[in-house]
Design a binder for this molecule. Sequence first.
Ligand SMILES: [Zn+2]
Length: 286
Amino acid sequence: MRSAKLVTAWLAAFLLVPVLVIGQPEVPVEQWTGKTILLVGAHPDDDAGRYGTLSLLQENGNEVYVLLLTTGNVGTKDPTMTRDRLSKIRRQEELNALAELGIPADHYINLGYTDGMVEFADKEEVVQRLVWHYRKIKPDVLFSWDPGHGYVRWHKTDHRAASYLSVDAARAAEWRLIFPAQIIHEGLEAHAIPEYMFYGGVEKDINTWVDITGHEEKKIKARSQHISQMSAAWNNYTGPSPDDLKPEDRKKFLERMKKIPMRDGKPMEGFRYYKGAPDGIGSGRK
Ligand SMILES: [Zn+2]
């Protein structure tokens, strides 16, 4: 009787384990090393909620790249700001943030689309350009906005386009007869991205929490570079430093930047991890 119970317990354990580990990376993200990581986003600061993970990956000997579709040249309520000036400000903010994480400037790529308008850009052109970079960088892991899983995830414009086009490009990159000129004339090779870490999805789909303990300070410092977006400079840009803000605005800004999402008493960043062909990203079908 006792052994029957034991067998049942073992069976239950074996049956449960695969259920529990589904969706989890085989090696925890905290232990990844030697991987090439590419984060795709729409705006300079889309990566800000993931800076703890990027800091950890960079420190652990991975190659981290960030590719953004727009210059972020529209994100302001400052009535005197211009597109040209804002795109320069936000480029510098992004480069400063990546520098805080130890990510080199030449690992930052911006495709230069106008903020708010990616959905109206030529989709084939955007995908083609993304594919070119995927084939050049050859990422092992793509970080991107979550396009949804079994449903269509609503994101605001640009994030919506970034989520779908980044995945469409992952699919196209692995077929050598799609955009073949990149292969025939530019010496690139078809590239299949094996792993994905989606951010900005719905809470219930998050299956991977990255413990960013030890990287809180870098995350705070990096996020704080996006002063045009995350402080009173949004309404009235006064300069690149917190010291350029009014004292009460500076205090509010620095307090806001210190807030890091916690889970089980630890600083964490959540993702939907997926491994497999891009065709199954939204459906789970391999
Ligand atoms: Zn954004």
